[in-house]
Design a protein around this ligand. Structure first.
Ligand SMILES: Cc1ncc(COP(=O)(O)O)c(C=O)c1O
Length: 395
């Protein structure tokens, strides 16, 4: 019997993607150019931001976001950044790679996002910033988090890698923090292969982000079109274009990724609708299992874009159900365990006893896909397999 393959994400080159990719080939332009500019401008606008910088991953975007703030705010090595206890490792890794210290804040047990009630207790005189994560497509509870940050003089970087286009109290995520970061990696809402964006409303930060992802180059020369200047301006550019003003990185993308991104950006409405429909069908189909399963919730004012569909078993370990689904062709992943990762245990010891919500989610939580390429029949199949598992246990 061939098993259906129901992945957590999927991708097709549609007609717009193919047209834009052909246009890139016809243009003979591969480095930062018209598609990159259009993608950045449209992406920024969709999030209520004035600037977006397209780079080669969400991790790169987070890395330069923190580096830009560290440089401009004069933070020191060893200063601390608050991150949620449940998130993809990259959120905390970039803190470490910027020679700062990630300090974990446990998450809320219903939404799996940073718990605003627990933030205060984690602050020390060295705390400089917090990175709330809009996990799986659900915005973090930004109002209390922003109020807290303002009150304490802390910066906020939004990790919106999993939630582009989601909104919080009618305002797009990505427009709350000083900088917000997005991923367009495989299985994300918009897929460019590799890719990520850092968005901001601050012109100076945008210039610095673009320099940092381009080896820390003098901001007078950040793309080859800058060579088109003439006269005194050209001479100034020639004198400075191989000057490096900060310790930067090679995080650039190409026109190909931007073309893919722009094509999908034009379809964001239909992608969003399909994901929300699939999530609704899953939740409706699994009704009746609420005593054993915690399904995703959408608190008032927080719009979920369902990059993924998280399920947490209320009382038991997930492994039996996960194996049952995987055996039947339904792909699962853990809900972004962080503090129990071998590398984090090595650095910070056994943190789980201090983070009970994370511990429960690490043990009992997983996610399945609800992406736009899944059909009603696929969702029906997923629901049946989950129900069969519990029916088998009750016999
Ligand atoms: C919450 C979160 N942050 C950061 C990242 C990193 O993005 P990328 O894989 O593009 O580096 C991801 C990617 O999956 C993510 O889910």
């Amino acid at each position: 019997m061939t098993r259906p393959k129901i992945g957590v994400g999927d991708f097709r080159f549609g007609s717009t993607e193919k047209r834009y990719l052909k246009a890139v080939i016809a243009s003979n332009r591969v480095s930062y150019g018209p598609f990159s500019r259009r993608f950045e401008a449209a992406f920024a606008k969709a999030h209520g931001c004035r600037h977006a910088v397209f780079c080669n991953s969400g991790t790169s975007a987070l890395h330069i976001a923190l580096a830009a703030l560290k440089e401009t705010r004069g933070w020191a090595d060893g200063d601390e950044v608050l991150v949620p206890s449940v998130t993809f490792v990259a959120t905390a890794n970039v803190v470490y790679h910027n020679r700062m210290v990630p300090v974990f804040v446990d998450v809320d047990r219903k939404t799996y996002t940073m718990d605003p009630d627990l933030v205060e207790a984690r602050v020390t005189p060295r705390t400089r910033a917090l990175i709330p994560v809009h996990l799986m497509g659900l915005p973090a509870d930004m109002a209390p988090l922003m109020a807290f940050a303002r009150g304490r003089g802390l910066e906020v970087i939004e990790d919106a890698c999993e939630a582009p286009f989601a909104s919080y109290r009618g305002r797009k995520v990505g427009s709350f923090g000083a900088i917000s970061c997005f991923s367009t990696y495989v299985a994300h809402f918009i897929v460019t292969g590799v890719g990520g964006l850092a968005a901001t409303n601050d012109h100076d930060l945008a210039v610095r982000l673009r320099s940092l992802m381009n080896h820390g180059r003098d901001s007078i020369y950040l793309q080859i079109d800058d060579d088109d200047a003439t006269g005194r301006r050209l001479h100034e550019i020639v004198a400075r274009r191989f000057r490096f003003t900060s310790m930067g990185h090679s995080f650039r993308c190409t026109e190909f990724e931007a073309a893919l991104g722009l094509a999908q950006l034009e379809q964001k409405g239909s992608i969003r609708r399909a994901r929300r429909r699939n999530a609704r069908l899953l939740t409706e189909g699994l009704r009746g299992l609420e005593d054993v399963l915690q399904l995703p919730c959408e608190p008032p004012g927080r719009e979920h874009v369902y990059m993924l569909y998280p399920i947490v078993l209320r009382r038991e370990d997930k492994q039996g159900l996960v194996n049952h689904l995987e055996d039947r062709g339904i792909e699962t992943r853990e809900i972004m365990p962080l503090i129990n990762q071998p590398v984090y245990r090595r650095l910070y010891g056994d943190l789980e006893p201090r983070y009970p919500a994370a511990r429960w989610i690490n043990r009992s939580g997983f996610y399945v896909g609800c992406h736009q390429l899944l059909s009603k029949a696929d969702i029906g199949y997923m629901v049946r397999q989950i129900k069969d598992y519990f029916a088998g246990k009750r016999q």
